[in-house]
Design a protein around this ligand. Structure first.
Ligand SMILES: Cc1ncc(C[n+]2csc(CCOP(=O)(O)OP(=O)(O)O)c2C)c(N)n1
Length: 359
């Protein structure tokens, strides 16, 4: 029995294209991306890094509410998202705001989501649901959305994100099993940043890799260097092609790290992570690695990066201003958006609050 597990686990090698120095170590797997695409990938990662820094500052100033830092995870988040088409359906977790923005959600709405304002959850013309807070719930939802797409004959996928903690939940196995049984066009991206808040991945599961969990569901699984944007993109692109060709779902485990705290609600990573560990991972930084790769090709410069940083800052400033200008939400707003036709108890409450709010 033990030998079976060992044999299986050894099958899951980490897929990588760029090493820490930005050198191509797997030329055969190099994706077919234009120079503009490569630059766009870098632009998105730089933008996300700036958005993260500004969101943390805004949170500290009391101008944002819930916020889960993203620095360190840019390649996992934006490399995978880059393989998606606009018509594909995105089911993000709470840390996946950058993907949601690049899928079409205006930034001011992402800020409203952070503040708990209902308009932040209104996905008008964006094929997505708002970020999931219930760990693992998005996996079963994704199986359902993907099956729906298949039944409608669409050539699209449903893609979801969770963390290693999510991969330790019951919903995770259930969702993958269901999607596998129905060969639903689903992609499950597990961003293994090594901790579920403070609980290390080794304490969550006896499995050596998250990717191997695909096997029991009868679906493909791959472990990817989550600090290598090209590897993450390539794995996701292939998963998407397989899914729309009717070959079923894929589980993608990206090995990554969040530099910041779990959320801005008081988590202190120094209580469960060592400085050595943090230093080790910062050497793997996805931006440094990809910047080196692009600079060697003459596709990136300090000047270009500064332009991206400045325009990101301007965009963020304008978006927070727009978020500030939105009308304060009322209870009647909340009630009115929940149902097409209100049930009797809510009709009653609606009247009650209309009265209160008119004063
Ligand atoms: C069902 C459920 N249980 C517990 C929580 C509390 N909780 C919030 S975040 C979190 C850790 C999740 O870790 P992981 O899935 O690895 O994602 P990460 O935050 O590292 O991106 C937990 C346990 C929750 N939100 N939902």
């Amino acid at each position: 029995m033990k030998r079976t597990i060992e044999k299986l686990e050894n099958e899951f090698e980490t897929f990588q294209i760029l090493n820490e120095d930005g050198e191509v170590v797997n030329a055969d797997a190099m994706p077919d991306l234009s120079d503009e695409d490569l630059q766009e990938l870098m632009r998105r990662m730089v933008y996300a890094r700036i958005l993260d820094q500004r969101s943390i500052a805004l949170n500290r100033q009391g101008r944002l509410g819930f916020y889960a830092p993203t620095a360190g995870q840019e390649a996992s988040q934006l490399g995978s998202h880059f393989a998606m088409e606009k018509e594909d359906f995105l089911l993000p977790g709470y840390r996946d705001v950058p993907q949601l923005i690049f899928h079409g959600l205006p930034l001011y709405q992402a800020f409203l989501f952070s503040r708990g304002h209902f308009h932040g959850n209104q996905m008008d013309n964006v094929n997505a649901v708002s970020p999931q807070i219930i760990i693992g719930a998005q996996i079963t939802q994704t199986a359902g959305v993907a099956l729906g797409m298949k039944k409608r004959g669409k050539q699209n996928v449903a893609l979801t994100y969770t963390g290693d903690g999510g991969a330790s939940q019951g919903d995770f196995y259930e969702g993958m099993n269901f999607a596998g049984a129905f060969k639903a066009p689903a992609i499950f991206v597990v961003q293994n940043n090594r901790y579920a808040i403070s609980v290390p991945v080794e304490k969550q599961s006896a499995a050596k890799t998250v990717a191997q969990k695909a096997v029991a569901a009868g679906i493909e699984g791959i472990q990817v260097d989550g600090m290598d944007v090209l590897a993450v993109y390539t794995a996701t692109k292939e998963a998407r092609e397989r899914a729309i060709n009717g070959e079923g779902p894929t589980l993608i485990e990206t090995l990554t790290y969040r530099y910041g705290p779990h959320t801005m609600a008081g988590d202190d990573p120094t209580r469960y992570r060592t400085e050595d560990d943090e230093n080790e991972w910062s050497k793997k930084d996805p931006l440094i690695r990809f910047r080196k790769f692009l600079e060697n090709k003459g596709l990136w410069s300090e000047e270009k990066e500064n332009e991206v940083i400045e325009s990101a800052k301007e965009e963020i400033k304008a978006a927070i201003k727009k978020a500030d200008e939105q009308p304060k939400q009322t209870v009647t707003d909340l009630i009115s958006i929940m149902h097409e036709e209100l049930p009797a108890n809510l009709k009653e409450q609606m009247e009650e609050y209309k009265e209160k709010e008119s004063k």
